[in-house]
Write a new protein. Structure first.
Length: 113
């Protein structure tokens, strides 16, 4: 079964940290580029970060210097380390495989002021 399962979301205060995980199954993880997106209430889904199969990383300007994307091919998992969180980071965060147009179910991140 092809699926992505995110975890690690929650409620955190401004300035806090969270680490999101996304475990993939049913795909050859190591050959796929991976991405994290987010969608806040009333807003469009937006790109947060991507990582290529060879580890090249790209970030939205709004999260540069605060978020770090990484991957562990042995665990079929991509991570998003989020530091110095702000209330405007509050959203549902989704894992994405561009080649398959495959989305995870999302995990809620809420940052309180």
């Amino acid at each position: 079964q092809v699926q992505l399962v995110e975890s690690g979301g929650g409620l955190v205060q401004t300035g806090g940290s969270l680490r999101l995980s996304c475990e993939a199954s049913g795909i050859i993880f190591s050959v796929n580029n991976m991405g994290w997106y987010r969608q806040a209430p009333g807003k469009q889904r937006e790109l947060v970060a991507t990582i290529t199969r060879i580890g090249i990383k790209n970030y939205a300007d709004s999260v540069k210097g605060r978020f770090t994307i990484s991957r562990d091919n042995a665990k079929n998992t991509v991570y998003l380390q989020m530091d110095s969180l702000k209330p405007e980071d509050t959203a549902v965060y989704y894992c994405y495989v561009p080649s398959s147009q495959l989305w995870g179910q999302g995990t809620q991140v809420t940052v309180s002021s």
